[in-house]
Design a protein around this ligand. Structure first.
Ligand code: XLS
Ligand code: NI
Ligand code: NI
Length: 436
């Protein structure tokens, strides 16, 4: 292991009474919860872009983060240090995976050819490090939004040369993800969306997005990449209206373009709240439709209307998320990727480690609470009770498709007052609190 971060020790589990900020209070990787260990349930990943590349820049100020490569001038040397850094940090934190964009890990050159050469060098180093490390790659993706060429979108650009460039980038990113053993490949919509309909042919752009994803599926087959494809819903930012706005919109899109057999969703907490949904809603919708693939675990701020990408410390989110994930039978090839960054004022390397610890403890606590609620049927029993009438009599008959408006009218005409039952919301909320 490299020693770029001497201030970060190997993090150990010390239990809920520990006051050591550099220790796990809840996350005990080998502890069994049901028939799987916490590590197997949670499948944490570090986001390369926030933890290694991100530097604390915001629209009002310069980078703040103190990192070991700050004084290194050669961008390829910086890239090599960051790649060693992601292995060191994930190993010290017992985080089994990392996720990356092509442009996080290697600098762009003067042409795509030169950029790809840079990428190849760093990928060779990563491959080498993978050999001796427990760390693996959860997913790769292409950054199709930072470079000015993507100002009007990538697959949805009005300019076919931009579409071609983006396709070339995805081709390479797929090859690299395969080479590094990535378990999934993600498409987050970047700038696939619009600012104004006055200059946008929405139909054409959506058709092109569908075509683009089919090209990726075809190429993955050709090179034998068997990872899961994921798209990541987000309603806005950077564009005013992102096409993949929420899980419902993504489901309709995948269905319309016949992509459902190949795609699931990577669902992000802060994107859910920006879309005006709870994260539980987004996960439930995806689970119910068989497209819950992976999670970008972070949180927003109630009072800020943008993607603040904070580390997830909200125990209710952690619990409800793990509830949906357990009910989904786990995330399969997916995981919990910390698409999160320490606040700009939390600029030390220790802050970076502590942020991950806080997030991991949140999900470990959420896992235990959700597991216990499911084990006890704490929510399942009242739920089954609420819908019990659909299992017999007229309920069962409606579900079996045996009724018509005419037959239902005759059933209703002579009904007196219908006896309704309480929804018991506060009681259920109090039940959840008992588990926290
Ligand atoms: C941005 C997205 C991005 C994706 C990967 O809001 O969350 O970070 O996860 O491109
Ligand atoms: Ni994300
Ligand atoms: Ni995001």
């Amino acid at each position: 292991m490299s020693d770029l971060f001497p201030g970060v020790p190997v993090i150990k589990f010390e239990g809920p009474n520990s006051d050591n900020p550099l220790a796990f209070k809840r996350y005990d990787p080998d502890k069994k919860v049901g028939d799987k260990t916490m590590k197997e349930h949670l499948r944490f990943a570090m986001a390369f872009w926030h933890s290694l590349t991100g530097a604390g820049r915001d629209p009002f100020g310069d980078p703040t983060m103190k990192r070991p490569w700050d004084s290194v001038a050669d961008p390829m040397e910086v890239a090599r240090a960051r790649m060693r850094g992601v292995f060191e940090l994930t190993e010290k934190l017992s985080i089994p995976y990392f996720c990356f964009h092509d442009r996080d890990i290697a600098p762009e050159g003067a042409s795509l050819r030169e950029t790809n050469r840079n990428l190849d060098q760093i990928v060779a180093l990563a491959k080498d490090l993978l050999k001796t490390s427990p760390t693996k790659v959860l997913w790769g993706t292409a950054n199709l939004f930072s470079n000015p060429r993507f100002m009007h979108g990538a697959a949805t650009s009005p300019n076919p040369q931009v579409f071609a460039y983006a396709a070339a980038q995805v081709k390479k990113a797929l090859e690299v993800t395969k080479e590094l053993g990535g378990k999934n490949y993600v498409f987050w919509g970047g700038r696939e969306g619009y600012e104004t309909l006055l200059n946008t042919d929405m139909r054409l752009e959506l058709d092109n997005l569908g075509r683009f994803l089919h090209l990726a599926v075809d190429y993955a087959k050709e090179i034998g990449f068997s990872g899961q494809f994921l798209i990541e819903p987000k309603p806005m930012e950077p564009t005013k209206h992102q096409y993949d706005s929420d899980t419902g919109a993504c489901f309709a899109f995948l269905q319309e373009y016949d992509l459902l057999p190949n795609f699931k969703l990577n669902i992000e907490t802060n994107h859910a709240t920006l879309a005006g949904h709870t994260i539980q809603h987004e996960l439930r919708f995806a689970r119910d439709h068989g497209i819950l693939g992976s999670v970008d675990a972070n949180q927003g701020d109630e009072l800020l209307g943008w993607d603040t990408d904070q580390f997830p410390t909200n125990l209710y989110h952690g619990t409800f998320m793990m509830y949906e994930i357990l009910k989904n039978g786990g995330l399969h090839s997916g995981g919990l990727n910390f698409d999160a960054k320490p606040r700009r004022g939390s600029f030390t390397v220790e802050d970076l480690a502590i942020s991950h610890i806080a997030g991991m403890d949140t999900f470990a606590r959420g896992l235990e609470a959700a597991f216990a609620m499911i084990r006890d049927g704490a929510l399942d029993r009242p739920l089954a009770d609420r819908y019990a009438a659909w299992g017999s009599g007229i309920g069962a008959s409606i579900r079996a498709g045996k009724e018509s408006l005419r037959s239902l009218e005759s059933a209703a005409l002579d009904l007196g007052e219908i006896a309704l039952r309480s929804g018991r919301q506060e009681e259920l909320e109090a039940i959840v609190n008992r588990y926290l």
